[in-house]
Design a protein around this ligand. Structure first.
Ligand code: PLP
Length: 449
């Protein structure tokens, strides 16, 4: 089909996720045709450097033949096996056992979902089962962070604290609450670690008190680095302090590593920066690197055995989907894990260090209020007045301009509103490509001047 025909069919039929339906019909799609390494080619033959790894998911890069081979072999041998009724596939069992080795602490039990949203939704259901199992069903409130993103299911959108996901959606639900974000650039207490950490700990304690005390609160959820909220990187020590506070208050500490997992911030999981072991952890994206859908929820041995022991023999723990632990996704997960463990994580650290150096230099640009990164996850925050940290107004239309100019200059990134450029390139990015990425972003910034 010609690009024009495809565009017309897209406008007529395809509902795009999290997008303006009006804009979609007005501007039509950008159709991608192929990818290799960190590069994409669109239907017109334009070559684009993917500074966002698809949707922060193609961590291993495009065209990884070992992954393609693993998927093809699995698909030919056994394209589907249910996990219901005691069945399993070799790839799912192997992936579960290999992940148990690399996940923090005793997060040895894993439930596979189809992506991040249903991993979060599954976690919330398991938390409910757990509170019933331990005889504390009144512990039902769940607390997240302002600017947090936890997916698009009903419960995930409620735990999310971004306006676009709440509009006309009747969420957050009555048991979902939020405390302030630990974003150093815009924190009212300033950028220093100690006051930010103290403020978050106090906010959490106050919220728990407001909700009637720990006996009414089940869990606290956080992203170790807030992704869709604008890549807000909490100061070192924050994760540990929140973990410890949750332990003191007897509420579950759940980290949502859907973005930060699988090398995005350097180590395999972002919790490792501080040696923190959560009670539960959700992942997706880098788990299969976008080659097929899959997410996962990890839970501690203690949580798992509490639910198991409270459920009589023959009675199902009633949660699961047709595609839980899909064998093709699991085979892909195994091939992707091999790549991470055989050099890709190291490459991500090397290129991530270079990215940090280049971003630091961008702080001198007249439009840049802040430029920050951790590993291969970064953001450039645009301001019209550096001292006052004034966000560009929507009337400047920077968000739309950014995406368009970036595309014209051959670089893909994500524009969050009118003020933040998000970066999450594939971990296979070379040092030379890191320079190309940053050079092109600087060109885009200069066009905006
Ligand atoms: N949790 C976090 C932290 C995310 O960033 C996302 C997606 O970006 C999700 C959950 C939802 O994942 P998915 O889009 O795979 O459903």
């Amino acid at each position: 089909m010609t690009p024009e025909t495809l565009a017309a069919l897209d406008r007529a039929h395809l509902i795009h996720p999290v997008s303006s339906w009006r804009d979609q019909e007005e501007y039509g799609p950008r159709i991608l045709q192929s990818g290799q390494g960190a590069w994409l080619t669109d239907i017109e033959g334009n070559k684009l450097l993917d500074g966002f790894a698809g949707l922060w998911c193609v961590n291993v890069g495009y065209g990884q033949q070992k992954v393609v081979q693993a998927a093809t072999e699995q698909m030919a041998r056994l394209p589907y096996a249910t996990g219901y009724f005691g069945f399993a596939s070799e790839s799912a069992i192997t992936l579960a056992s290999r992940l148990a080795v690399v996940t923090p602490g005793d997060l040895n039990r894993v439930f596979f979902s189809q992506g991040g949203s249903d991993a979060v939704d599954s976690a919330l259901r398991f938390i409910r089962f757990y509170q019933h199992a331990r005889g504390t069903p009144e512990k039902r409130h769940v607390i997240g962070l302002a600017r947090g993103y936890h997916g698009s299911t009903y419960t995930g959108a409620g735990l999310t604290a971004l306006a676009a996901f709440h509009r006309d959606a009747d969420v957050p639900l009555a048991w979902q609450h939020h405390i302030s974000s630990p974003d150093p650039y815009r924190h009212p207490e300033g950028p220093d670690a100690a006051p930010i950490i103290a403020a978050s700990v106090a906010d959490l304690r106050n919220k728990v008190t407001e909700l009637g005390g720990p006996e009414h609160v089940a869990a606290f959820f956080c992203e170790p680095v807030q992704g869709s909220g604008g890549v807000a990187i909490p100061p070192k020590g924050w994760l540990t302090a929140m973990r410890n506070t949750c332990r003191e208050l007897d509420i579950l500490f759940v980290t949502d590593e859907v973005i930060t997992g699988f090398g995005r911030t350097g180590p395999l999981f972002a919790c490792e920066h501080e040696g923190v072991v959560p009670d539960m952890m959700t992942v997706a994206k880098g788990l299969t690197s976008g080659y097929a859908p899959m997410g996962a929820v990890f839970m501690s041995e203690g949580m798992y055995s509490t639910i198991r022991d409270a459920t009589p023999p023959g009675i199902a723990v009633g949660h699961g989907m047709t595609y839980s632990a899909h064998p093709v996704s699991a085979a892909i997960g195994l091939a992707v894990l091999d790549l991470y463990q055989n050099g890709l994580l190291d490459n991500g650290v090397t290129s991530g260090n270079h990215l940090a150096t280049r971003l630091a230099a961008m702080k001198d640009h007249p439009l840049v209020g802040d430029a920050r990164s951790i590993g291969m996850l970064g953001a450039i925050e645009l301001v019209t007045d550096k001292a006052a940290k004034t966000k560009p107004t929507a009337s400047l239309g920077i968000s739309k301009k950014l995406a368009r100019i970036g595309y014209e200059k051959g670089v893909l990134f994500r524009a969050f509103g009118d003020d933040i450029i998000g970066l999450a390139p594939p971990l296979c990015l070379t040092l030379e490509e890191t320079d190309i990425l940053c050079d092109r972003i600087e060109i885009v910034l200069n066009v905006l001047l």
